[in-house]
Design a protein around this ligand. Structure first.
Ligand code: FES
Length: 146
């Protein structure tokens, strides 16, 4: 197993397109070294950074926050389990919130979700005259913490 990965190898193993990897690198989220021919090579530990970036983005964490979290990892050595725990801890509340939202979607999607359409039989009971519009935009029964 090679210690240093080409961008193609990093892409194949991480599932991120080479263009995405170059973009992450431009943002300073991942780092490479250059060969004498100016080709990128990545430490294998960068795979974990890419996975962290992609998973965080999938649960709706903005790139700026991911960038701030990764900036807390040590530069001079491969991050340890403790380093990753420290960085990941801040996502716990976000993930709990995300899970709760998904559970609301799962449990309520077939009933009135308070979107303002008033098209279902139970809308006049649960959202008469679209009173939930006063709470803000979107399907209020899904986005609020009811
Ligand atoms: S489902 Fe749209 S307001 Fe009830």
């Amino acid at each position: 197993m090679h210690d240093l990965l080409t961008i193609g190898e990093l892409s194949a193993r991480s599932g991120a397109a080479p263009s995405a990897l170059r973009y992450y690198e431009r943002l300073g989220l991942i780092r490479s070294v250059r060969t004498s021919g100016n080709q990128r090579r990545y430490q294998r530990a960068e795979l974990r950074r890419v996975a962290f970036i992609r998973i965080s983005a999938q649960v709706g964490i903005p790139l700026g926050e991911i960038q701030a979290a990764l900036a807390e990892l040590p530069d001079a050595r491969t991050p340890t389990k403790a380093d990753w725990e420290r960085v990941s801890r801040r996502w716990r509340d976000r993930l709990d919130e995300h899970i709760a939202r998904l559970e609301r979607v799962r449990d309520r999607l077939t009933g009135c979700i308070g979107c303002g359409c008033l098209s279902l039989d139970d809308c006049p009971l649960r959202n008469p005259n679209d009173v939930l519009a006063d709470d803000g935009a979107g399907p209020r029964r899904l986005v609020s913490a009811e």
